[in-house]
Design a protein around this ligand. Structure first.
Ligand code: NAI
Length: 314
């Protein structure tokens, strides 16, 4: 079984993802591709120059807009496209990114027909839907990364609220990957297996959930563009779960086939990720309030998906 990953897009998120995959030796072979001349080559050369300092020997290739070196990839992570600027929503990016994602997925599959494709570009739920529909691949092989990042932000804010180690917190965010569509599940959040409600009052916990929802916007405001360390690390985490058949439960944007009462939509749900990609969608028990929020989130994601039809992309 191969162990080759391609990351498309050598911007902030793609470069960070490549750096994590290389330095942690998640793949034996890693290709980074960007449309901008020299960017991917330069980035990979820079990363390679840390090999003797950080002690890794991942085989690295950087290329400009030529997919031949990506051939035979087992996993392809798509980060190409524009990020949001302060004041923009992820949904504002659809006009530019839909064409990019559509073209990239077509090119990827020409050279790596068996790859598992992980979509990161925003608006991620809609870009995943586009990739699923255009590629015609089964849902296990095309899915999106967003809920994993949102969940790690949720754990971060909960750990700050409780004043404890973030690694001891469990927290799950489902639904769309938008500021108003994501659903941090406070009812399921735990500190070392104990409900977080045993350690903080309701207002403090609600604030942690609210901070999570605008977590991306907060960073965009501070940085002037969207964040990259946690997004890049999250995409690398998904690649590792696939390549090493870890069967981890990762909140992922998956095409639903009746689960949670939804179909013909890609949206965040907990899924078991292993060598087969999405090996199982977990249908967890939600409260009535959470069920209503999920339905509302799905409506909002569908509305963004409809823009693809208006643009004649689907
Ligand atoms: P960036 O602007 O730093 O990098 C994007 C790169 O894509 C650029 O280097 C650009 O040259 C490249 N690109 C554009 N068209 C291309 C094409 N046709 N083929 C190959 N490469 C192409 O942006 P950044 O910050 O890296 O963000 C990338 C995307 O990821 C954005 O859409 C952003 O909104 C999204 N994002 C998603 C997250 C998630 O959790 N799903 C989290 C953070 C960002």
């Amino acid at each position: 079984m191969g162990n080759k990953v391609t990351v498309v897009g050598a911007g902030h998120v793609g470069a960070t993802c490549a750096n994590v995959i290389a330095t942690r030796q998640i793949a034996s072979e890693l290709v980074l591709l960007d449309i901008k001349d020299g960017l991917a080559e330069g980035t990979m050369l820079d990363i390679y120059q840390t090999a003797s300092l950080l002690d890794f020997d991942t085989h690295l290739t950087g290329i400009s807009d030529d997919y031949s070196d990506t051939a035979g990839s087992d996993v392809v992570i798509v980060t190409s496209g524009v990020p949001r600027k302060p004041g923009m929503s992820r949904e504002d990016l659809i006009g530019t990114n839909a064409g990019i994602v559509d073209e990239v997925v077509g090119n990827v599959l020409k050279h790596s027909p068996n790859a598992i494709i992980v979509i990161v570009s925003n608006p991620m739920d809609t870009m995943t839907y586009l990739a699923c529909r255009k590629s015609g691949l089964p849902r296990n092989r095309v899915f999106g990364m967003g809920g994993l990042l949102d969940s790690s932000r949720f754990k971060c804010y909960l750990s700050k609220a409780l004043g404890v180690n973030a690694n001891e917190i469990e927290g799950l965010v489902i639904g769309g990957h938008g500021d108003t569509t994501m659903i941090p599940l406070l009812s399921k959040a735990t500190y070392k297996g104990m409900p977080v409600g045993d350690f903080a009052d309701a207002d403090t916990l609600k604030k942690a959930a609210a901070d999570t929802m605008v977590g991306g916007a907060t960073l965009t405001g501070l940085l002037g563009t969207s964040a990259w360390y946690a997004p890049g690390a999250a995409a690398a985490y998904v690649a590792e779960a696939i390549l090493n058949d870890q069967k981890k439960v990762i909140p992922s944007c998956v095409a639903l086939e009746g689960e949670y009462g939804q179909r013909d939509i890609c949206i965040g749900v907990p899924a078991v990720i292993g060598r087969g990609g999405v090996e199982k969608v977990l249908e967890i028990k939600l409260t009535e309030e959470e069920k209503a929020l999920f339905a509302k989130s799905a409506d909002a994601v569908r509305k963004t998906n409809d823009v693809l039809k208006e643009m004649n992309i689907l």
